[in-house]
Design a protein around this ligand. Structure first.
Ligand SMILES: [Zn+2]
Length: 267
């Protein structure tokens, strides 16, 4: 399929980049990306992937828009209060780019649906705000050989990495989720809205580079972002030979047997 005149106009600033061109833009249009969470990270991720013309975008979120979301979750407006986040997001995104088709999943990502869902997409983006789902995304991505982008934010800090099949995963660094009592969440500790914007935008750029097959990704690297000091630090990470999910000593082979709500000491 060739680009239409309208598409050549819309995506001109991509097409004139030598390493993108019309071929790269067609890769975006043929891409299928699943975004888990339509919140603080999900908002910039969804805006940039939609504007870039990623052909199919899936959005998983079971939540509704709350007043306290609006300080950072910029895909939702004041008029959207109490609307399902999937519906609120898609109403803006459709208006931004009619080239994109959206599939919404208004339920939680759980061990029983993650593998089936991930199999339908080329790339997954973790825009969630809780450790249980972050580790579930990691494990489902490893088990289905799906590349994905991880990120987390808290107060004025964030971290992000990209997992590619065969490279290190989240559990290579953190073998199990921290005790929820020991680590505060955004709900308890807060987050500067723009920090979610920075990390989500990095995740969108990683997704687009993956679809293009161009550029250096954050695989085997953890990027630590400190907005208070405006310091970005990239740390090399190695695949852990005793990782509970991606090594040949893996104990996690069936997601339904893992209790994601409570850290399990023998993982
Ligand atoms: Zn691993």
């Amino acid at each position: 399929m060739d680009l239409t005149e309208e598409q050549i106009g819309r995506y001109n600033r991509h097409i004139i980049i030598p390493n993108i061109g019309r071929t790269g833009q067609k890769k975006f249009l043929g891409g299928k990306v699943l975004v888990v969470g339509a919140g603080g990270l999900g908002s910039p991720i969804l805006y940039y992937l939609t504007a870039a013309g990623v052909g199919k975008i899936g959005i998983v979120d079971n939540d509704s828009v709350d007043l306290s979301n609006l300080q950072r979750q910029i895909v939702h407006f004041t008029d959207d209060l109490e609307q399902p986040k999937t519906q609120s997001a898609v109403s803006k995104l459709k208006n931004l780019n009619p080239d994109v088709s959206f599939q919404t999943y208004q339920h939680r990502l759980v061990p029983g649906n993650a593998v089936e869902l991930f199999d339908e997409y080329d790339f997954v983006v973790d825009g969630t705000d809780n450790f249980a789902t972050k580790f579930l995304i990691n494990d489902a991505a490893v088990l289905t050989s799906t590349p994905y982008s991880h990120a987390g934010v808290l107060r004025l800090q964030g971290q992000t990495m990209t997992h590619l099949p065969g490279a290190s995963c989240l559990r290579c660094i953190f073998p199990q989720p921290p005790d929820p009592q020991a680590v505060p969440s955004c709900r308890q500790a807060g987050v500067l809205g723009a920090v979610a914007g920075i990390l989500g935008t990095i995740q969108a750029a990683e997704t687009l580079k993956y679809l293009l097959g161009y550029g250096e990704l954050l695989d085997n690297k953890l990027l630590l972002v400190n907005v208070e000091k405006m310091n970005f630090q990239r740390v090399s990470i190695k695949q852990n030979s005793s990782c509970p999910v991606c090594s040949n000593k893996a104990s996690i082979t069936d997601l339904r047997k893992v209790n994601y709500e409570k850290p399990v000491s023998d993982l």
